[in-house]
Design a protein around this ligand. Structure first.
Ligand code: PLP
Length: 222
């Protein structure tokens, strides 16, 4: 079955990877389904998409168990901020968490992964624009935090994630994130949304998080 929004986006991702002289399979599309329900999500699953992103633990918990029962090969990524009292649920529901950004969260995830005997793919979120209201570790503290994740909490971090400031050229932010990843030996970069995924792919993104370009405009801001 064809889904127009998904098809258009996959074509755009393919064009961007080609232009960047990268292999098509080097970029994973995370379809961001926050605020949308089954009627919007099911056609995207039926069109073949298997990796989805949600920004809230509670919302994911209410939407996804039923869908995953029907499609067990779905992979679910948490892309929104995580409260430490939700670490247990987050580890239980999600296959990947993109928003590890402080010691308390790292410790909570580490102990839950041990308790549940479950491994979750982890990204550290970096606040590349140093915005006070935004989640993410300060770029100057990223190296030390990554070391702490590994040495103190025993976590294997797969890569880094960022959300560039609204209305700014995202390129310097993607480049900064790629530099921090490179010097820390991390191969994965979660960056790029509906408006800037092509730029992100040119800068090395391995995971793009795209919502509205697939599903249409969200009913209300998430
Ligand atoms: C909502 C969201 C996205 C997707 O945004 P679109 O502009 O709809 O593509 C990506 N990343 C995060 C962290 C989000 O919260």
């Amino acid at each position: 079955m064809v889904h127009e929004g998904l098809k258009k986006l996959l074509n755009g991702v393919a064009a961007a990877t080609r232009q960047a002289h990268r292999a098509p399979e080097s970029v994973t599309l995370i379809a961001v389904s926050k605020t949308f329900g089954g009627p919007e999500i099911v056609p995207v699953i039926e069109a073949g998409q298997r990796v989805f992103g949600e920004n809230r633990v509670q919302e994911a918990k209410s939407k996804w168990p039923a869908l995953r029962m029907a499609w067990p090969d779905i992979e679910l990524h948490l892309i929104g901020p995580l409260q430490s009292n939700k670490a247990a649920e987050a580890v239980q529901i999600f296959d990947a968490i993109h928003t590890v950004d402080r010691p308390k969260i790292a410790a909570g995830i580490a102990s839950e992964m041990r308790r549940q005997a479950k491994r979750v793919k982890l990204f550290v979120q970096v606040n590349t624009g140093r915005e006070p209201q935004k989640a993410g570790i300060d770029p100057d503290q990223a190296d030390a935090f990554l070391k702490e994740c590994r040495d103190v909490h025993g976590l294997e971090i797969s890569g880094l994630m960022c959300i560039p400031p609204d209305g700014e050229d995202p390129n310097p932010h993607f480049t900064l994130l790629a530099g921090i990843a490179a010097r820390n030996g991390l191969s994965q970069l979660s960056m790029g949304m509906s408006g800037d995924y092509a730029t992100a792919i040119a800068c090395g993104a391995t995971h793009v998080r795209v919502g509205s370009a697939i599903f249409g405009t969200r009913p209300q801001p998430a």
